[in-house]
Design a protein around this ligand. Sequence first.
Ligand SMILES: [Zn+2]
Length: 247
Amino acid sequence: MQIHERIYIVGSGDSGFGISHDLDCTVYLIDGDGEYALIDAGAGVEPESILHNIKAAGIHPAQISGIFLTHGHGDHSGGAFVLSRACQAEVYALRETAEYVSEGNLKAIALEEAIRAGVYGKGYTFHACPVRPILEDTSVQVGDIRLNVYRMEGHCSGHACYEMIWQGKKIVFSGDCIFNYGKIALQAIWDCDLQKYIESCKRLEEIHPDVLLPAHGAFLMSRGYTYIEKAMRKIRGLGIPDNLIGE
Ligand SMILES: [Zn+2]
């Protein structure tokens, strides 16, 4: 599903557009003029449906050189093992996420709680996957596209947002940091942190994205900053932005 001259959605479950397994976050594919990268990898229950969507877009998986994880939660990183092998692509994430996913540290990615809470079926199996650490406030090249890496914690530790600039427009892949209508995703897990969340919202406000592409739900192809302004209005009033979790 092409949403921009250089961006496709190739995975998305029932919290998004229903084009792959229900558990999958929205998986974006960036076109760096023939060299491609994925943002997130889905849950890994039916990764073949993501591969099918990549091929249906006329792209060969071998053209994908990198998979960039926003964070380690299963619905984002569980597909990395199969997809990285199918694409022969490296997987990258901030240091903490790289450790958790490489080790298959289910406690760190709060998978046991998520299974208990019924987010994943009891039979869900997480596949650990080697992940290379990348540093925040650096950038990586995907073909002719430069991808800027930001540390945006609050939802969990080691959470990154990625930014590409295309024809002067700032396009931000916000992972589970901020969603449609300025919602955030606070969860009762060990590494969710409201203060860090507020700092991330402030940083996103400074970035002022034109296009905002969250990992669940609707996205904005223009005036992406309006979602962030909604969250910041609540924060400035000493409130907490509406929570996507538990709706
Ligand atoms: Zn998450």
